[in-house]
Ligand binder design. Structure first.
Ligand SMILES: [Zn+2]
Length: 176
């Protein structure tokens, strides 16, 4: 490593903690955003795949927690597509990890000016899932991914109740 590179590294190390920088990593189907390694680790612990999905995860090349989380997300998305029998082209969504439901609802309020009481939600406009890591579970994530897939699949957005029904269907059958 040359001196300039080293200097940049040092600068980054100094700046990052103070700016609340958000990390961003990409898998085939998703870009994951998170603020701290702690949140990423907690999310990884919370999202437990069932036996069948776990088998798929073990076949992937996993070295870091990031790898593991991204592998899980892609496996869940692929399974959700199978459950729904919907395979939209070029599906790519964003997932933002937040500490708790309070943060999820603070962001919701900022964007929509309305109070809500969600542990996670999918923003159709932003193609983004906001999720409370504290409440994150396979089924919760699968539900929101269901919304994302449904949203990408139909050219005309189905009515709200149908959207919700399909998300619930995904949630229910994700471990089959
Ligand atoms: Zn829903």
């Amino acid at each position: 490593m040359n001196k300039t590179a080293l200097l940049f590294l040092l600068l980054f190390a100094l700046i990052l903690p103070s700016t609340g920088h958000s990390w961003e990593v990409k898998s085939r189907y998703a870009t994951l955003h998170y603020n701290t390694k702690r949140i990423l680790n907690d999310f990884n612990d919370q999202i437990r795949l069932g036996r069948k999905l776990n088998y798929l995860a073990r076949k992937k090349n996993i070295l870091t927690t990031e790898d593991e989380v991204l592998a899980k997300i892609d496996i869940i998305i692929e399974k959700a597509e199978v459950v729904l029998d919907m395979f939209p082209d070029d599906l790519h969504i964003h997932i933002v990890l937040l500490k708790n439901a309070g943060e999820v609802n603070r962001i919701y309020k900022q964007k929509y000016g309305k109070k809500a009481n969600n542990i996670a939600y999918y923003s159709l406009a932003e193609d983004t899932i906001y999720i409370s890591v504290k409440n994150a579970k396979l089924r919760v994530l699968a539900h929101e991914i269901g919304h994302a897939i449904v949203d990408h699949y139909f050219e005309v957005r189905p009515p709200y109740n149908i959207h919700e029904l399909l998300a619930q269907f995904t949630e229910k059958h994700i471990t089959d």
